[in-house]
Write a protein that binds this ligand. Structure first.
Ligand SMILES: Nc1ncnc2c1ncn2[C@@H]1O[C@H](COP(=O)(O)OP(=O)(O)O)[C@@H](O)[C@H]1O
Ligand SMILES: N[C@@H](CC(=O)OP(=O)(O)O)C(=O)O
Length: 528
């Protein structure tokens, strides 16, 4: 058997690295993925109450995201990304303090939670080593005056490594044979793969499964949710929330019984329970609904994840770290979708496809909201739409890294709701003092001006009604928009997605909570 070695402050860890072989079928594995905020607040409870409990009946593979002690925006991954940006700022050495801040946070949480002296000592040595290496990466980027996608990936990968080191140490203190598995190098550098297609994910699942099984029958693998050198960069190609996808790939590689995504809510609700007190927990949702909800603001699960595990027929269960006994929400396909997926592809969309749910009254599944939206309007300066008008507009937005969440267009006018994950694009101060915060947006506007008049409406949110049964609910759009209108909530733009499982519109950001509540009261109140 071959071995790859990793040197950590004098300790040499031998990680078995075996040749590819067929995986045994019928395993007893479950994969448990923990999000950053859950790990930031409850790492010790997760180790004790969830992983160890799971181990009583199953083999468990743990997948960790980078820790966030308060919110995701203040979490480790965002702090690492800020450090990567800082290396390009002339004369700034803030990144050094940022790395030291992360090191101290991780050492402190270890000192507070790891009660075995030797394990703690080893944990601190690993944390110091990772932070030392991180600083070297940042110094190199500073020297080269370039932060590439690969550099960003290397920098953020440290977040997941630190978090896994903590979870491994916590499990070891409880006597589990926990092994920290860094997936940062799992993708073969000599690979000729260029696209993140099904073949890529299938091969990756096989590699991860093989690596885990090689750890032996007693091992509890603790996997970095960061899974390496994907073509084009992980952050760029998969985006934030990539640890869900990693967990899905591991579940496939292990032919797991279930993929559990642990959060700080009991599962998927009819609306965000923090904003709508009457929201109800949903027992099941379909993958398409979960994807749509995630896209429009309810952080359910990374959309790529669904494709992968559904293809492998592995159920996904969303569970709550603060209430582990609750059954949570299961994401599984409606058999009607499976039937239609087997019919040959064609242009005709069969509206009569019957759902297993069709005997029940039709209802929407959930209402959701996405903040930090700015609507960008472009009025063409041609009397009729010039050939390529929309294509050019989209390519300008794409060149500037702006993504369009909703679009509505007429012959000479196009309105697009655009969103930025980390920063505000524009805001209105007072009556008419519009400030554009984003350089990317400013650049896009400058280019778009060649095509027509451009104006912006900032400080908006998208509110969306989601449900696989919407397509058969006549009059539902009317109810949705009328309810907002009856409560004096102004609609800035309307769009109905081509998927027909969501209806959305842009409203003022300050009205979001009220809008969610009035829609929920009107369209989600029915006897069970
Ligand atoms: N329909 C919904 N159902 C459940 N949670 C929702 C919904 N819409 C928004 N949310 C919010 O999404 C968040 C997801 O849980 P959280 O544990 O914070 O995620 P993560 O693990 O990604 O950090 C919760 O804070 C919850 O309030
Ligand atoms: N740490 C990464 C990946 C991730 O999946 O996060 P989370 O599981 O906390 O959504 C991020 O912040 O995007």
């Amino acid at each position: 058997m071959l071995h790859e070695t990793t040197q950590v402050n004098g300790h040499i860890d031998l990680v078995p690295h075996c040749r590819e072989r067929d995986l045994p079928g019928g395993t007893n594995w479950i994969v448990q993925k923990f999000g950053g905020t859950s790990l930031g607040k409850f790492a010790a409870t997760i180790a004790d109450d969830i992983v160890l409990t799971g181990l009583k009946e199953h083999r468990v593979a743990v997948v960790c995201s980078a820790r966030s002690t308060k919110t995701k925006s203040e979490g480790t991954t965002n702090r690492l990304l800020r450090a990567a940006e800082d290396v390009l700022v002339a004369d700034s050495r803030k990144y050094v303090d940022m790395v030291e801040g992360l090191r101290i946070d991780h050492v402190t949480v270890g000192q507070e939670t790891i009660d075995d002296k030797d394990i703690l000592e080893q944990y601190i040595a690993h944390v110091d080593w990772e932070c030392h290496n991180l600083l070297k990466i940042l110094e190199s980027a500073r020297f080269l005056k370039a932060v590439t996608n690969q550099t960003k990936d290397m920098v953020i990968s440290v977040g997941e490594k630190l978090s896994c080191l903590l979870m491994t140490a916590l499990l070891q203190t409880k006597g589990a044979h926990a092994v920290c598995v860094d997936l940062g190098e799992i993708i073969n550098r000599r690979s000729t793969v260029v696209a993140l297609d099904n073949e890529f994910f299938r091969d990756l699942a096989h590699l991860i499964g093989t690596k885990i099984l090689a750890l032996g029958p007693k091992a509890v693998p603790v996997l970095t949710g960061f899974f390496g050198k994907v073509p084009g960069g992980l952050l760029e190609q998969v985006g934030r929330g990539y640890t869900d996808l990693c967990a899905a790939i591991a579940a496939i590689g292990l032919q797991a019984l279930e993929l559990q995504i642990w959060k700080e809510v009991d599962g998927v609700f009819t609306a965000d329970p923090r904003k709508v007190p009457t929201a109800r927990l949903l027992k099941t949702v379909t993958p398409a609904e979960a994807a749509e909800l995630t896209f429009y603001g309810s952080e359910v699960i990374h959309p790529f994840t669904m494709d992968q595990v559904i293809r492998a027929s592995i159920p996904i269960r969303i569970k709550n770290v603060m209430n582990p006994r609750s059954a949570g929400t299961v994401i599984y396909p409606d058999p009607a979708d499976t039937v239609s997926a087997k019919t040959p592809p064609g242009l005709f969309r069969n509206r009569s496809a019957t759902s297993v749910l069709s005997t029940q009254p039709k209802r929407p599944t959930a209402v959701t909201a996405k903040s930090q939206i700015t609507v960008l309007n472009v009025h063409s300066n041609k009397r009729t739409r010039a050939h390529g008008f929309l294509a050019t507009i989209f390519s300008i937005l794409d060149q500037n890294g702006l993504s369009v969440d909703l679009i509505s267009s007429s012959e000479v006018h196009v309105s697009m709701a655009i969103h930025s994950e980390n920063a505000l694009l524009a805001t209105l101060h007072g009556e008419d003092d519009l400030q554009i915060q984003s350089e990317a947006l400013q650049r896009a506007i400058n280019s778009l001006k060649a095509w027509g008049d451009v104006d912006l409406v900032p400080d908006l949110a998208i509110i969306s009604l989601v449900g696989r049964q919407l397509r058969g609910m006549s009059g539902i759009s009317g109810h949705f928009f009328n309810t907002l209108g009856e409560h004096g909530i102004n609609i800035e733009m309307i769009s109905q997605g081509a998927s027909e499982i969501s209806i959305g519109c842009a409203i003022e950001e300050r009205e979001v909570t009220r809008a969610l509540n009035v829609i929920h009261a009107k369209l989600f109140t029915f006897p069970d």
